[in-house]
Design a protein around this ligand. Structure first.
Ligand SMILES: NC(=O)c1ccc[n+]([C@@H]2O[C@H](COP(=O)([O-])OP(=O)(O)OC[C@H]3O[C@@H](n4cnc5c(N)ncnc54)[C@H](O)[C@@H]3O)[C@@H](O)[C@H]2O)c1
Length: 460
C-alpha cells in the first residue's frame, strides 16, 4: 500500500512537474507570442511609414512571412486572449496590406511612361478651349470614348462640337457639374476612367461684380468632381487652371515656375486658386491621380467676345472703337488654342501624376500694342484716335504674368503657331462667323440687369 502511495506520490509529482513544464512551455509560448506581437507591431509601425517606399515588395514579403508564423502560432496557442490579440493584429495586417497594395498601384501608375485612357469625361466642352480639345481627341483617338458635358452657358455653343458629333466614340451631355448625382451617374454608367476638367466661369471682368457665381462654379464644381474621382477611383484627373493664380509678376525678369507662390488678385483667379488647392489636397490625402495645368491667355476660334482679342475683332469688324482699360500698358502672353490642345494631348498621355505644368508662350504684348496690331489687320492703323478709346481700369489689373514653361517642354511640347499666323486665322474665323455675334454687346447688361453701376468699367 505504502508502495502504491509512494508510486501515487511519484505520479502526482510527475504530473505536477508535467503541469509545471506545461505551464513553463505555455509561458514560453506566450513570451514567444508576445515577442512576435511586439515584432509585428514594430513592423506595422514601420509599414505605416512606408508610403511610396521603393522597398515596398520586400516589406510585403516580410509581412507574408510574418503571417505564416502567426498562423502556426495560432494553432499552437491555447490562450484565448492571445488569440484575440493576434486576430486583431491580423486584421490590422490585412488593412495595412490593402494600403500597401494601394500605394503599390499608385507607384506603378507613377512609373508608367504612357497612360492610355478609355472613357474620358471632358467638362465645359461647348466652351472655347474645351471644344477644341474635345473635337481633337475624338478625331485623333477613335478608340477612346469621349463624353462631353456642358451646361450651355451664354458663352457656349453646341455647334462647336459638330465634328465630334459625327463620330461614333462621342456623346454630348447637356448638364451641370454642380449636380453630384449627375456626375456620379455619368462616371458610373459610362465607366469613366479619366476626367479633363475645363469647365469654369472664365471671364475676369464679370468676376468683379458676380464673384459668388465664380466661387460656386469654379470651386464647388471642382470639389464635386474630385469627390466623384475619389469614390470611383478615376485614373487621371486633369485640372485646367490659369496663369492668373500667380498674380502680378512685378519685376522685369521674373518668370513664374510651377513652384511659385499663388497670389491671385481678382475673384476669378482666387476661385481658380481655391479650386487648385482642393485638387492638390485630394492628391495628398486620397491619392486621386491629378495633373494641374496653368495656361496663358489663349486665343483662337470659338472664344466668346468678352476677352480682349475676339471682342476687339468684333468691334473693329462692326466699325466700332476699342475700349482699352487704364492706359493699356498691362502685358499679357498669348498662346494659340491649337498649341494648348497639343499640350493637353501630351499631358494626358505623358504628364506625371501629382505635377503642375505651365502652358505658355514667349509672345508678350501690352493691351495697347495688341490693339494697334488689330487696327493694322483691319487697315485702320492711321485712325488710332477714332478706334482706340481709353476707359476706366479694372478694380485691379495685373501688370503681367510671365511663366517658365520648360517643365512641359521637357515632355516634348513647344508652341508652334506664331502670333502673326494665329491672329490671322482667328480674324478670318470671326469674319466668317460674325452672324453669331450680332447682339453680343447687349449680352452682359441683360445677364446682370441689377449690376449696371458696377459694370461701368466695361461700357463699350
Ligand atoms: N481662355 C483663356 O485664355 C484661359 C487661359 C488659361 C486658363 N483658362 C481656363 O480654361 C478653362 C476654359 O476656359 P475658356 O476660356 O474656354 O472658357 P469658356 O468660358 O469659353 O467655357 C467654359 C465652359 O464651361 C461651361 N461650364 C461652366 N460651368 C459649368 C458647370 N457648372 N457645368 C457644366 N458646364 C459648365 C460653360 O457653359 C462654358 O461652355 C477655364 O477653366 C479657364 O479658367 C482659360
Amino acid at each position: 500500500m505504502s508502495q502504491i502511495n509512494q508510486n501515487l506520490n511519484i505520479n502526482q509529482n510527475q504530473n505536477i512537474n508535467q503541469n509545471q513544464n506545461q505551464n513553463i512551455n505555455q509561458n514560453e509560448n506566450q513570451n514567444q507570442n508576445q515577442n512576435l506581437n511586439q515584432n509585428q507591431n514594430q513592423n506595422l509601425n514601420q509599414n505605416q511609414n512606408q508610403n511610396q517606399n521603393q522597398n515596398l515588395n520586400q516589406n510585403i514579403n516580410q509581412n507574408e512571412n510574418q503571417n505564416q508564423i502567426e498562423n502556426q502560432n495560432q494553432i499552437e496557442n491555447q490562450n484565448q486572449n492571445q488569440n484575440e490579440n493576434e486576430n486583431e493584429n491580423q486584421n490590422l495586417n490585412q488593412i495595412q496590406n490593402e494600403n500597401l497594395n494601394q500605394n503599390q498601384n499608385i507607384n506603378q501608375i507613377e512609373n508608367q511612361e504612357i497612360y492610355i485612357p478609355q472613357n474620358i469625361l471632358i467638362t465645359g466642352s461647348a466652351g472655347f478651349i474645351a471644344s477644341h480639345v474635345t473635337v481633337y481627341l475624338t478625331e485623333k483617338y477613335p478608340n477612346y470614348k469621349i463624353f462631353a458635358i456642358d451646361k450651355i452657358d451664354y458663352c457656349s455653343n453646341e455647334d462647336y462640337l459638330e465634328e465630334a458629333k459625327k463620330k461614333k466614340n462621342f456623346k454630348f451631355i447637356k448638364g451641370n457639374i454642380l449636380s453630384s448625382d449627375l456626375v456620379n451617374f455619368i462616371i458610373e454608367s459610362e465607366k469613366i476612367d479619366t476626367i479633363i476638367h475645363i469647365a469654369a466661369n472664365s471671364d475676369v471682368d464679370s468676376s468683379f461684380f458676380n464673384s459668388l457665381d465664380f466661387t460656386t462654379n469654379n470651386i464647388i464644381g471642382t470639389h464635386i468632381l474630385l469627390e466623384a474621382a475619389k469614390n470611383y477611383k478615376i485614373k487621371r484627373f486633369i485640372h485646367v487652371s490659369t496663369d492668373e493664380v500667380y498674380g502680378d509678376s512685378l519685376s522685369e525678369n521674373q518668370k513664374f515656375t510651377e513652384n511659385s507662390k499663388l497670389e491671385p488678385t481678382n475673384p476669378y483667379s482666387a476661385s481658380k486658386a481655391g479650386a487648385e488647392l482642393l485638387v492638390q489636397t485630394y492628391y495628398k490625402c486620397f491619392h486621386v491621380p491629378i495633373i494641374i495645368t496653368r495656361g496663358n491667355n489663349t486665343y483662337g476660334p470659338n472664344q466668346y467676345p468678352e476677352k480682349i482679342i475676339p471682342k476687339f475683332i468684333c468691334l473693329l469688324d462692326q466699325n466700332k472703337s476699342c475700349p482699352i482699360q487704364g492706359n493699356g500698358s498691362n502685358l499679357r502672353n498669348y498662346i494659340y488654342v491649337d498649341d494648348v490642345v497639343q499640350a493637353f494631348d501630351i499631358l494626358l498621355h505623358k504628364g506625371k501624376i501629382g505635377e503642375i505644368y505651365n502652358i505658355g508662350s514667349d509672345f508678350e504684348i501690352s493691351n495697347l500694342n495688341l490693339t494697334k496690331i488689330l487696327l493694322k489687320k483691319f487697315h485702320l492703323e492711321n485712325q488710332e484716335d477714332k478706334y482706340i478709346r481709353f476707359v476706366k481700369d479694372r478694380p485691379y489689373n495685373d501688370i503681367k504674368y510671365t511663366m517658365d514653361t520648360s517643365k512641359l517642354q521637357k515632355l516634348g511640347w513647344k508652341p508652334k503657331i506664331e502670333f502673326e499666323e494665329g491672329i490671322d486665322r482667328t480674324i478670318q474665323w470671326y469674319k466668317n462667323h460674325m452672324q453669331n455675334w450680332k447682339f453680343w454687346e447687349n449680352d452682359l447688361p441683360k445677364r446682370y440687369p441689377k449690376k449696371q453701376k458696377e459694370m461701368n468699367f466695361l461700357k463699350i
